[in-house]
Write a protein that binds this ligand. Sequence first.
Ligand SMILES: Nc1ncnc2c1ncn2[C@@H]1O[C@H](COP(=O)(O)OP(=O)(O)OP(=O)(O)O)[C@@H](O)[C@H]1O
Ligand SMILES: [Mg+2]
Length: 395
Amino acid sequence: MKNKNILAVDDVASNLDIIVDFLEGYDVIDTTDGYNALEIAQTEQLDLILLDIVMPQIDGFEVCKRLKENSQTKDIPIIFITSKSDAESIEKAYALGGVDYVSKPFRKQELLARVTTHISHKELLDKQIKNAHELERMVKEEVLKNKVQQRQIFVQSRLAQMGEMISMIAHQWRQPLGAISATSANLKLKLELDIFHFQSDIEGAGAKKYFIDKLEDIEKFVQSLTETIDDFRNFYKPNKESQKVTIGVPFEKALAIVHASFEVIGIKVIKEHKSEKIIELYENEMMQVILNILKNAQDNFIEKKIKNPEIHLRCEDKDEGLIIYISDNGGGIPSDDIENIFDPYFSTKSNKNGSGLGLYMSKMIIEEHHNGTLSVTNTDNGACFKIELGGVNHA
Ligand SMILES: Nc1ncnc2c1ncn2[C@@H]1O[C@H](COP(=O)(O)OP(=O)(O)OP(=O)(O)O)[C@@H](O)[C@H]1O
Ligand SMILES: [Mg+2]
């Protein structure tokens, strides 16, 4: 029970002397002034306050009220010590938050017993509060761990589902694509063998060339469709192993996928600073992040009907890893939304069925698999996404 700090407040100094004497073994700070008592309570770590009620400047009730109103001092137990022993005073003392009441003149044994009881109550309470905080911290930690695991499972299963769907489409398309290719090759062959008879030779030569050119175009389109499907199929194959490449590799693959749709609406991609640094990453995941950001820029260009849409790509090598900036001139992200765009299911594309998962997944991929960060800022005329890469996280 040693080393407990008790504050004794009484306007009569001789009463304080008695208290100090009775409470031998405790550290007792004493004061005859209520205001002074309030100050001491702020600066000292007190375990108990013995408080006289009738005092000239500010009475004990008021001191108690102020202590209870202050979050820093509200939990210090207060025992009133006074000669006022009428029922009304006793009631008021408890109503204001006092824990006990000792009448003057008091006896040593009684005072000691009450002080000991309330100090051990306080000790017990402090311990319980500490345990509750510790428990809360542990629960929070577990919930967070759980969340991270769930996110990872979610990303994996979404990738696997997409991969399965693409494989199914590829399977269904293989046969008609083959048929188109065979038909056009057949037509071309017949033209080349002059099996068709045109009315005049001049007309015939022109028509023949025209058809052969167009059939060659068809073959090229078929070829490109087949490659696109393969690209997508590889894209959604979860990368089990990391690769050591320049960042340009996943960039070029992502750009190849969006190339055709970018051309249709005239989006210019400007590569400002390339990086030749070899960096370890999960290529497909990285492609997916780049693709999500590029597609978002495209969606926004279309929605806002931006003239001369442009996307700028810039890399900066760092001692460890590198930084990539992808910026557009699409007007940026409204300030009300910018805090939320990385949240799961946050989307402003309700009409177009945006799932709101693109940036959430991207952030996860960068932060949890690549020791990096993904953030966004608005520039003068658009949004700028910043990807900082620290290298693969093998854990
Ligand atoms: N370059 C950008 N310019 C303006 N707004 C953007 C840009 N990129 C993202 N946003 C905003 O961020 C939101 C969230 O993007 P996110 O990719 O996570 O979801 P989404 O594109 O709506 O749906 P999906 O899951 O199909 O990608 C978008 O709905 C859009 O409002
Ligand atoms: Mg998106």
